[in-house]
Design a protein around this ligand. Sequence first.
Ligand SMILES: NC(=O)c1ccc[n+]([C@@H]2O[C@H](COP(=O)([O-])OP(=O)(O)OC[C@H]3O[C@@H](n4cnc5c(N)ncnc54)[C@H](O)[C@@H]3O)[C@@H](O)[C@H]2O)c1
Length: 412
Amino acid sequence: MAEQYNFGVIGLGGRGHGNLMEFLKADGVRVAAVCDQYADRVKAAADSVEKEYGYRPTEYTDYKALLARDDIGAVLVFTTWITHSRIALDCMLAGKHVAVEVGGSASVEECWQLVRTSESTGKFCMLLENCCYDRYEMALFNMKQLGLFGEVVHCQGAYQHDLRDEILHGRENRHGRLFNFMNRNGELYPTHQFGPICKLLGINRGNRIVSLVSMASPARGLNAYARKQHPDGYDLEDYKFTEGDVVTTMLKCAHGETILLTHECTLPRPYSRGYRIDGTKGAYTEDDNQIYFDGVSPHEQWEPVLPYIEKYEHPLWKEYFVKGVHGGHGGMDFLVLSAFAEAAMNNVAPPIDVYDTAVWMCVTALSEQSIAMGSHPVPVPDFTNGLWIDREPYRRGRYCLEEVCTEFYDVN
Ligand SMILES: NC(=O)c1ccc[n+]([C@@H]2O[C@H](COP(=O)([O-])OP(=O)(O)OC[C@H]3O[C@@H](n4cnc5c(N)ncnc54)[C@H](O)[C@@H]3O)[C@@H](O)[C@H]2O)c1
């Protein structure tokens, strides 16, 4: 058993509580303190840890009291979207590495603050983009690295998730999304597919996003849902929600590649991250999970992707299958949490760094600006201040997302 390292966890809604219990399964991890502004959620989390692991983490409702502790080296933040960054800043200023759950930024300034604070404190800030560690995303990345797609010129991604119940009833279930949909209009949740796409296209390492443009459809889904669910009336049934039901964003890269993102959470539909890869030698589409390779697949006919996923399985997943896949979202949650634990415990660079975090999160604030200006294109900042053309080498390792570092696995 590895030596134990003390972490703190802030934000204990459904996601925070679940991630806390999954994180504790990683080697060497000890959660010494838990915090939420709601005391009942803190108690429930501490109860779960005590039941499963036989010790009780210290309970806090004020996260600054947790950050004052010297025995905690790193913190995970699972709070609401508009609180992630300010808490992450306080974590780094308190001398702790920090991981933040996914979500977009409310301003570009907050992304710059994350970058500058990480640079000045030497503490890292890692966005916990679990989809980078999904089995399919990792195998497709492996295929891209092996040149199977040729040169990739276009990618698509989406967050298409019917969350009408969770969003509309945000006051009853104390959930944070509702107020964003009442007040904002933009690509509110870009990172699930944008993160893996950025790693595929080498963003911040030889490539960068230069501009984006967004458009939003009308917002009708939540009103229709409110009337359906509450035939006797509901106070939000005629509320003019600002967030369009379908928000599309196009992004342009320095080397010309284009990316299309779709955000759609308030209409009835099955879940999809809408992943698509278009290259000079082949294409992948998440719709029906199909793949096509020029000169390999039957002429102009899609093939099922699964045999290719199995053939080009990422070694991290090969090992994971041997050890036993577990936890949320098909197992990827445990991998991203383990990646953070490994970086924090060894005090080394994380696979998703503050520059990735800033670029991925800033899409939200910039798409809001674009929509507010009638879908005007807006520039995307270079948070590396030019280093993207000449960065220090990335750290090779099991959880590396820049390359498949085969020397780190027992199974290849
Ligand atoms: N990666 C994934 O697959 C995935 C899945 C679900 C949710 N999420 C993300 O996880 C985050 C949390 O989601 P959730 O569904 O649990 O949300 P939630 O709104 O239910 O929970 C957030 C919690 O943070 C707490 N909080 C907010 N501000 C705080 C503060 N200043 N101090 C202490 N506690 C504070 C709230 O009291 C609440 O309990 C969101 O960013 C969400 O988008 C990610």
